[in-house]
Design a binder for this molecule. Structure first.
Ligand code: ATP
Length: 137
């Protein structure tokens, strides 16, 4: 079975959406394999978003993701990676995410789009090793 790394970002935690996001993951049929509320360091945040290092929004992204605790979790099941991307909806919560998705239902701005989910098996392996180094070992 496949595993994916999900983050409920500071906006999702502050707005009280932890339970809703986890409920959607569970109702989809995915299993929670690891879960923690965590204050992320700048080091882990820049590793996590390394592919965006050259983007103009990189510093804002690091500042935001380290501003308050996030929920990090590993969800697993058949096609867990695309399944969670489907639940999350597109990156821009208004232009890309459909109603019924997490971002489509709860988001207004791309920077504050509530959740992260791994976008490929390679990203998932890298991100799970970063956030949960003792899992699967
Ligand atoms: P994630 O990787 O968090 O699941 P994603 O794959 O949908 O999101 P990416 O293009 O990888 O989107 O961007 C990563 C994150 O960077 C976005 O989720 C968002 O929080 C932030 N971001 C992306 N584009 C912008 C932008 N134009 N302005 C501000 N923040 C942005």
């Amino acid at each position: 079975t496949e595993q994916t790394l999900v983050l409920i970002k500071p906006d999702g935690v502050e707005r009280g959406l932890i339970g809703d996001v986890i409920a959607r993951i569970e109702r989809k049929g995915l299993r929670i394999a690891a879960l923690e509320l965590r204050q992320v360091t700048t080091e882990v945040a820049s590793e996590h978003y390394a592919e965006h290092a050259e983007r103009p929004f990189f510093n804002d992204l690091l500042e935001f993701i380290t501003s308050a605790p996030v929920v990090a979790l590993v969800a697993e099941g058949e096609r867990a990676i695309p399944a969670f991307r489907q639940l999350a909806g597109g990156t821009d919560p208004v232009e890309k995410a459909a109603p019924g998705t997490i971002r489509g239902d709860f988001g207004l701005e791309t920077q504050f789009n509530i959740v992260h989910g791994s976008d490929s098996p390679e990203s998932a392996a890298r991100e799970i090793a970063l956030w949960f180094p003792h899992l699967n070992s």
